[in-house]
Design a protein around this ligand. Structure first.
Ligand code: 13P
Length: 248
């Protein structure tokens, strides 16, 4: 039985994919099918230049949208950055923070990630805080220690802040590789995250799993007690596949 305060949530992370023609078709497909998945919140996180398009095409559809990153600063001389208020200007509800691709290619630290989550909350966005270990760390038996370290500064923002977030567990070795964590492997880490959330009084924060989620493996992942949904990369670029994940 799904905990009603942990409604299922499936978010598509388009990463650096799309163009206006492609997006138009994908969004039309999502709009047409979203009524069939009322038990699940469904959203897409798109590249910044397409927020206006997404906002125009999804308004009133029941689908949510958001961005893949946000500045930790409110405004100012930060060339190339995008402020949280700019995202809410396009009616974003969601923003990914600390995705492993940001941590790896842009050197985002745990402190930066916590600061971005805080900036997002201050503008009324829901930050989706991503954590996950690399293959090397997993093989060295460091998964729990890495997740705890990545979460520590975010949890230090306090119960009221954390209660308004979503956490996504994305093992780096499962992203875009076709190699999914087994449901049991994912559940072990989700249970650890849940215990941390409970300890600060925010037990109902939704915890998503990400990493090669597809229509064919979604149901077995969602059957786990602490997996509340998915953060989907590649499979979110095909409307039928993405909606099948939400239906699972
Ligand atoms: P894939 O679903 O393509 O493995 O990507 C996962 C991811 O990084 C979502 O944020």
């Amino acid at each position: 039985m799904v905990n009603p305060s942990r409604k299922r949530l499936v978010i598509g992370n388009w990463k650096m994919h799309g163009d206006t023609a492609f997006n138009s078709e994908l969004l039309a497909g999502l709009r047409a099918g979203v009524a069939d998945v009322p038990h699940c919140d469904v959203a897409v996180c798109v590249p910044f230049p397409y927020l206006y398009q997404v906002c125009s095409l999804l308004e009133g559809s029941g689908l949510g949208w958001g961005a893949q990153d946000v500045s930790e600063h409110e405004k100012g001389a930060y060339t190339g950055e995008v402020a949280a208020n700019m995202l809410t200007d396009f009616q974003c509800q969601w923003v990914l923070v600390g995705h492993s691709e940001r941590r790896t290619y842009h050197g985002e630290s745990d402190a930066t990630v916590a600061s971005k989550a805080s900036a997002a909350l201050a503008s009324g966005l829901t930050p989706v805080v991503c954590v996950g270990e690399t293959l090397e760390q997993q093989e060295a038996g460091q998964t729990a220690a890495i997740i705890e370290r990545q979460l520590a500064m975010v949890l230090a923002l306090g119960r009221d802040a954390v209660a308004r977030m979503v956490i996504a567990y994305e093992p780096v070795w499962a992203i875009g590789t076709g190699r999914t964590a087994t449901p049991e492997q994912a559940q072990d880490v989700h249970a650890l995250i849940r215990a941390k959330l409970k300890a600060i009084g925010a037990p109902d924060v939704r915890i998503l799993y990400g990493g090669s989620v597809k229509a064919s493996n979604a149901a077995s992942l969602f059957a786990m007690p602490d997996i509340d949904g998915a953060l989907v990369g590649g499979a979110s670029l095909v409307a039928s596949e993405f909606l099948s994940i939400a239906a699972a």
